[in-house]
Design a protein around this ligand. Sequence first.
Ligand code: UDX
Length: 510
Amino acid sequence: MNSGASEDGGRKEYFGESNAPVTTVAPGANIQSSFRRVALSITSVLPNGDVLHAGVLNAIDARLIEQVKKKQVRIAVIGMGHVGLPTALGFASMGWTVLGVDSSESLVSMIQAGKVPFYEPGLDDLLKRQLGKNFLPVSDMDQAIREATILFLCVGTPQKENGQADLSQVEAAARSIAHNLNGYKLIVEKSTVPAITAQWICRTIRRFATNGRAKLDFDVASNPEFLQEGVALKNISRPERIVCGVESERARRIVEEMYRPVPARLLITGTSTAEIIKHAANSFLSMKISFINMVADLCDAIGADVSQVAEGIGADPRIGHGFLQAGIGFGGYCFPKDLRAFIYLAEEYGIDFSLLKQVEAINEKRTEMFIKKLRNALWVLHDKTIAVLGLAFKAGTDDTRESPGLRIVDALRKEGATLRLHDPKAIPLLKKVLVEEEGKLTYCDSPYAAAANAQALLVLTDWAEYRLLDWARLHELMELPLIVDGRNLLDPDTIREAGFEYISIGRPAR
Ligand code: UDX
């Protein structure tokens, strides 16, 4: 594996300290293999088998590491979304001076006014504590890049039609960095990106650098984020592990110092390996969910209980209990797009991730499965009044992107049902994209208002507060006491004892 290192005489030569030319690729050449070749040639072997260039830091770098240890350098976080803002405030609360920047001026002014642009438990308090102290939201990207030494890229990587990750915001940020290289920069990619993106960022900065080659002193690292919406601050302060891909000793030392206070294992790899870890992690978790949903369908057919199956298999530490909650499928900004991007990336290398294609196909069929259950109970859905509890893609967030619940709302609208919707957090944002329709779609400010004269009540998001509802009162309000639970959130006995017909996912209808 490390034979490449000797070929090119080691890192010093390539990365900016010796003005070595950027690798030129002949027209039509397979760019992927030339990148791979370059990467191999400048690294050496790490304990985990990954390769990394080891070397003694020169005096300048050693001084830089000292400054990092004392938090005397600034961090800039580019992108103030669900990853960027918690990341910025996490580092600010560790004592770093953090500049938060976003291309959306309105978003920055909202944050400057102390408002968090989305619901995330605890984030607004942390913003109030750090705003103007260690956390400085700014809208001038160039200024932020120039003032900081460590630059976290937390910009959006939405997906393209074909499932490929859209990296235009990453590329734009790389060009801004290239135009503002006023000394050493460590660029840390935190957005979820396909493998070799770090190498593209490196190449783009070299190509667009305007400050003359002398200032081409930077490293690119990959530090994927594993935070879950709804528990972001807990995940940031107490992560299961920290993964960091680096291609230089200097970058490795800087990330080690940055994360030293965080009580978690720091796994150092090469950048492509780190990028793959993130996609693989999200794809694996999605696979667990599609697996248990497949088993749930079998349990429904046979009359077995999927929650007990999950208990039985999850007790084996090789499987684990996590992410075995059957239901209407996974959603959110991450799982669906990361799965597609991983499948697309593999295809670029001629590898058919058929397994993951099945994970996606199973997930897409959850809506149909749920509608079929409801139709079996109500026969015709047209003009039926249906109460919907939960619109967010999961509890703990107001995020409805790729929400499985919204997929079902969509299908019911197509069936001509009358919908009365409730969600504890998601309605204010959702109202902007899904407008009310007189007599056909109504937002309700309580589950009870939603249940009025309804012929069915659906549970589509696992908000804990829905377990504590007054079932007798709901029974009074509804025309037909029918509950269809798409999240297996409720206790079947409690609901049945309250006089409801109760249908859930993969659990026997006693
Ligand atoms: C996910 C990853 O968990 C996180 O590590 C990564 O950084 C970002 O993507 P998030 O999108 O916040 O986080 O949602 P998550 O809690 O993982 O849930 C994803 C979806 O799976 C939700 O729709 C959830 O309802 C569903 N889910 C989760 C199940 O259907 N069953 C389960 O057992 C767990």
